[in-house]
Design a protein around this ligand. Structure first.
Ligand SMILES: Nc1ncnc2c1ncn2[C@@H]1O[C@H](COP(=O)(O)OP(=O)(O)OP(=O)(O)O)[C@@H](O)[C@H]1O
Ligand SMILES: [Mg+2]
Length: 284
């Protein structure tokens, strides 16, 4: 038998919503250590693809595999526990929770819910561990604190000085950073970022670009799928780009090849191209 393909494999996946084909037969592979950018105009099906990979939306047809294991029938929490983390297109931080607690919660992503039966046992075990302050429990908390600290410090002094403040007191850009820190604190093997730079100004976008490059260095095995309209970021961080249009793959390849493909330029960038300085062309 052939060896299962390492990584995240999307094979001929479609999703229909009442007559609308949001995604129509898309295949892609995201390997460990690779950064893949998914671009395309509004409504191309990018977020729907992420929703299907993370189990929030069911596939209408096709299959999704993680390291050879089929995951397209699993619920979202199981998929998270298998090592796929994701951020949302609109920030989903808990407003009243402190920055530190939000990231500590993120460290639980792979520990929460071992399935309905095991969950009770896990919880009971945890309560006993807390009550008796076991060495194992303390070691685990210390480890989680270290992971949370690293996730926050990845953002320099953007989040760390605010770690005891409630998330609602953060600026918009910092809430988006917190969302990413929370996902990374779950120590996923693959991370799916849905428009992480949306609403960020050019300086903040530049900073996020540097952060993603630093993250690649620090976590060389992490596979990153980034959906992004800001092409300056895509060109700098992505090993490969897939351009989606009306639910289908229009072009793919290295950033220069995929983004400068005449079909892509004609269909999406033509309008922007006429402006000489539009490195952040919005594909829409
Ligand atoms: N739950 C849903 N019910 C009905 N239609 C949906 C649903 N989710 C997405 N769609 C439709 O599927 C298509 C793809 O939407 P999707 O959100 O995946 O696009 P996108 O590429 O993420 O766009 P954007 O760049 O604007 O975020 C759109 O036509 C959208 O209206
Ligand atoms: Mg979207």
């Amino acid at each position: 038998m052939a060896k299962p393909e390492k990584g995240l494999v999307v094979r001929n996946v479609s999703r229909h919503f009442k007559g609308v084909t949001a995604v129509g037969g898309v295949s892609l592979v995201l390997s460990p250590g690779e950064t893949l950018a998914l671009v395309g105009p509004n409504g191309a099906g990018k977020s729907t693809l992420i929703q299907m990979i993370t189990g929030v939306e069911r596939v209408s047809s096709g299959h999704i595999f993680l390291n050879g294991r089929r995951i397209d029938r699993l619920p979202p929490e199981r998929i998270a526990r298998l090592g796929i983390g994701r951020s949302f297109q609109t920030s989903r931080v808990f407003p009243a929770m402190s920055v530190w607690d939000s990231v500590m919660l993120g460290t639980q992503a792979r520990l929460l819910s071992n399935g309905p039966g095991k969950m009770m046992t896990g919880t009971a075990h945890e309560v006993l561990a807390i009550l008796f302050d076991t060495a194992g429990w303390r070691r685990r908390v210390e480890r989680q604190e270290q992971v949370a600290r690293e996730a926050l410090q990845l953002f320099g002094d953007r989040l760390w000085p605010s770690k005891d403040q409630p998330a609602f007191s953060l600026s918009y850009a910092n809430r988006r950073r917190l969302e990413i820190a929370r996902v990374l604190a779950g120590q996923p093997d693959f991370v799916l970022l849905d428009e992480p730079a949306a609403g960020m100004n050019p300086t903040e976008t530049q900073e996020l670009t540097s952060l993603l490059l630093a993250l690649r260095q620090r976590r060389p095995e992490l596979g990153i799928l980034v959906v992004e309209h800001k092409l300056s970021l895509v060109r700098r961080v992505a090993d490969r780009v897939i351009v989606l249009n009306q639910g289908q793959v229009l072009a793919q390849g290295d950033p220069a090849h995929a983004l400068d493909n005449p079909d892509v330029v004609e269909a999406y960038l033509g309008r922007e191209r006429r402006r000489p300085t539009s490195s952040d062309a919005h594909l829409g």
